[in-house]
Design a protein around this ligand. Sequence first.
Ligand SMILES: C[S@@+](CC[C@H](N)C(=O)[O-])C[C@H]1O[C@@H](n2cnc3c(N)ncnc32)[C@H](O)[C@@H]1O
Length: 167
Amino acid sequence: MSTLCVDSVTVCRCRGLSVPVDGPVPWKRADHTGAKHDIYRRYLERWFPILLRGTNAYKSATYAEGFAGPGVYEDDHPGSPIIAIQALLEKVPNPDPIVKMIFIDDDVRCTEMLREQLTRRFPERPRSSEKLPIKIKNGTCAESPRTPTQFHERLGTANTRCARFLG
Ligand SMILES: C[S@@+](CC[C@H](N)C(=O)[O-])C[C@H]1O[C@@H](n2cnc3c(N)ncnc32)[C@H](O)[C@@H]1O
């Protein structure tokens, strides 16, 4: 087993600086969020193929994102969970690898809207739920697991290759 850990520029939130949504959901996308999304997209479009394509490809991977948000911004800009799924589908056309996706947010409005967004943006499920299981969890990331082992225990992803995003 090996673990890929990628912490985004907003990693400070897991050290107790979490920012609850103050106002309606969804909200206007800030310029710095747009810049972060450009980085996410470009990064994931390169990492997913490294993990899941070619002769050294892994048979399965887990993508776990804390602070996932509602999946959409005002003016219909996609949020990071949508960007991640699009990157996977576009850059790993082979549907064989199992990619488990977990999205966590502590605001129930965000988790509900994320569920709606996934249904709206991917009306025909592009991969079976066995090949692309997606879990949306309403919960807090405040008590961050301290080690990769604790992280896997918490998510039930032992023995899988795992990317963590705190966004
Ligand atoms: C900036 S927004 C989400 C951005 C999203 N990752 C994106 O890029 O589209 C941050 C989210 O973190 C959630 N949040 C704040 N504190 C949290 C905590 N301690 N645990 C889980 N979610 C939290 C908020 O509800 C909000 O939806």
